[in-house]
Design a protein around this ligand. Structure first.
Ligand code: ZN
Length: 303
């Protein structure tokens, strides 16, 4: 009789075990921002920004370039550069093997794509970093490619744009990766002397040596919403200063409010915003004829 009331014990976990999804894999995506299901096609249509809550999904360098260049068309440069593993570095596995595996998985030779083409009709050079390639880390190859992109911009008299998405310097290349900070910064100084604009686009995440060098050196520093941007991670800072960090610390909006950024721009407005800003900076000078003197004088004044 008593046994009638007795509940058979079930393991606690079983109550919360999720039923296997009946939704075909890859057709629907659950948004981490609003927990809603989004049809993958719709998500791609809106450049991988949630149509409901504007959560920005992480995208590849190629997707970013396709979204910025007219008709998604661009020429890629310096694709053959690869790291030589100069330090013969080994951590949990040999850096050489890690590189090999990543090259196979991504079909890229390193964490940066340099591309030229037209953005709203404007000739531009864009270097986009790829997070899937060892956390978008900046080693010798990334530094060299961004430097060459800037030099290419000088040669072509075109503005340079760098889209950062990086965990920072690539520790497997030690001091050599840190030197890239100085190298890219020096190239940017040459770009500045050539009176050409540099726009830095910071995406989630932009940290470490990338933030500490070129990502913050833009004539215009633009970030995507809610991107993590900082030098050291929040945990390290909290441990160092022994204080709780404020809400939203190291996110785009916080940095904008504190004067570290110029703009926070939704990815869907990025192309229009960048081309408008570059036109404002009078960047459309890749026309063949020399600039009239009067024009040059006003350009001088407006700087
Ligand atoms: Zn959402």
């Amino acid at each position: 009789m008593v046994a009638w009331f007795k509940k058979t014990r079930k393991p606690i976990a079983s109550a919360t075990v999720e039923k296997p999804s009946r939704v075909p894999e890859g057709l629907w995506v659950k948004c981490p921002g609003c927990a809603q299901l989004i049809y993958k096609n719709d998500l791609e249509q809106s450049l991988n920004v949630c149509p409901k809550c504007a959560h920005h999904f992480r995208v590849t360098a190629a997707e970013r370039l396709r979204a910025l260049f007219d008709e998604g068309q661009y020429d890629e440069h310096f694709t053959n550069l690869t790291s030589t593993d100069p330090l013969k570095f080994t951590d949990t596995k040999a850096y050489r093997d890690r590189l090999q595996k990543t090259i196979q998985a991504t079909g890229m030779n390193d964490a940066c794509v340099v591309a030229t083409g037209r953005m709203d009709g404007l000739g531009v050079v864009i270097a986009a970093m790829e997070y899937q390639f060892i956390g978008g880390s900046m080693g010798v190859v990334v530094g060299e490619k961004i430097t060459r992109a800037i030099e290419m911009a000088i040669e072509r008299r075109q503005p340079a744009i760098v889209i950062s998405c990086s965990g920072g310097a690539r520790m497997m290349e030690g001091a050599l990766s840190l030197m890239q900070m100085a190298k890219v910064s020096a190239a940017l100084a040459r770009l500045d002397r050539a009176r050409l604009p540099f726009v830095s686009v910071l995406t989630d995440p932009t940290t470490g040596g990338v933030t500490a060098s070129f990502a913050m050196l833009g004539d215009l520093n633009v970030a995507e919403p809610k991107a993590l941007i900082g030098f050291a991670g929040p945990r390290v800072i909290e441990q160092t200063i022994r204080q709780k960090l404020p809400e939203g610390f190291q996110r785009s909006e916080f940095l904008l409010e504190h004067g570290m950024l110029d703009l926070v721009v939704d990815r869907r407005d990025m192309k229009a915003t960048l081309s408008r800003a570059l036109r404002f900076m009078r960047a459309e000078t890749d026309r063949a004829e020399p600039q009239p003197v009067a024009d040059a004088a006003t350009a001088e004044l407006s700087r």
